[in-house]
Ligand binder design. Structure first.
Ligand code: HEC
Length: 112
């Protein structure tokens, strides 16, 4: 609980960081908000064990699985990440853009 509150209080910092979007993926305003408010709760802090956005070392092995596996694992959930990264209202297209933004990997364009 305390950890969650810490994330919330950090969210303005996180929005600033995520707005700079190191991979320059074009996100819709809604996607950018999901990234900053939902995904960033875990993916901006290594303590959560989630791979941190922009940290290429943390993503290298995961990206080696290929883009579609990343999308599938995001949709179904993996380890301590709940299904859809908890974004229950995200569409598949949005999830794919968010995975691009987090991983730095380009969408392979294949259907999952
Ligand atoms: C509650 C914390 C949490 C939230 C919120 C969250 N994630 Fe994750 N995510 C994790 C953790 C922890 C892992 C590492 C899981 C593992 O490998 O055991 C992970 C892993 C991933 C991976 C890599 C999967 C792989 O195959 O290695 C992707 C991609 C990802 N998350 C995308 C997202 C997206 C997109 C969002 C927002 C919609 C999101 N996550 C929200 C905790 C979270």
């Amino acid at each position: 609980m305390r950890v969650l509150q810490m994330f919330r209080s950090m969210s303005s910092v996180v929005i600033g960081l995520f707005a700079t979007n190191s991979w320059a993926v074009d996100l819709s305003p809604r996607e950018a908000q999901v990234l900053a408010v939902i995904c960033a709760e875990c993916h901006s802090r290594a303590e959560t064990t989630a791979p941190v956005m922009g940290d290429t070392n943390m993503w290298r092995e995961r990206n080696a699985q290929g883009f579609e596996v990343l999308v599938r694992n995001t949709v179904l959930g993996k380890g301590s990440m709940p299904p859809l990264g908890t974004c229950g209202y995200c569409t598949e297209a949005e999830i794919r853009h968010l995975v691009e933004a987090l991983s730095g990997l380009a969408d392979s364009g294949a259907s999952p």
